[in-house]
Design a binder for this molecule. Sequence first.
Ligand code: SF4
Length: 211
Amino acid sequence: MHNKQSAAEIVSALKQLYPAAECSLSYGGEPWKLLVMSILSAQCTDRRVNIIAEELFQKYPTPEALANSDINELERIIKSCGLYKTKAKNIRASCALMVEKYDSTPPDTLEELLKLPGVGRKIANLILGDIYGKPAIVTDTHCMRISKRLGLTAPEDKTPFAIERRLSALIEPAEQSDFCHRLVLFGREYCTARSPRCNECPLISLCERNL
Ligand code: SF4
């Protein structure tokens, strides 16, 4: 397994590969939209969420509008992202809470974020890292798969929380949020779920290949 020093080499190699490290959800710099899109993204691709978001935010341009939306119409718009009934309910409730308690924007602590319906540690950390620039590991499917393959996690790290804790200790706090965005890009280009392109991989010399 990697130590802090070799983990830093991986961080640096990914930084060279993907200097921009942008979030793949196109939320236009509006924090509340990132929160809504993150709820939509459970078991759905970011690409589909970006498509749905166009109609969604055109029809409901503020958290207030979404909080007061017609549930049937909201379900219709988001139906293609799956789990739409639960997501519609959570989006309305989270928007209502943001309007009521947090000045129509997501709160800036893990504890408060976790109180929003539909928000777990993954989404909360995405908001903390992307919106508030705080150290945060987002354990999405790319992060969990690639960290294991590279040898950044230990065999006993089975849950998202265990992986989050391991990576939090290994990756420099200031690098954590961008590192996770870069893993998503890297996971799409090289270290894909089904057929990783190890022969062409720029990280092969740093990888333990725990496939
Ligand atoms: S060498 Fe293979 S398993 Fe390792 S990071 Fe690259 S693509 Fe993934």
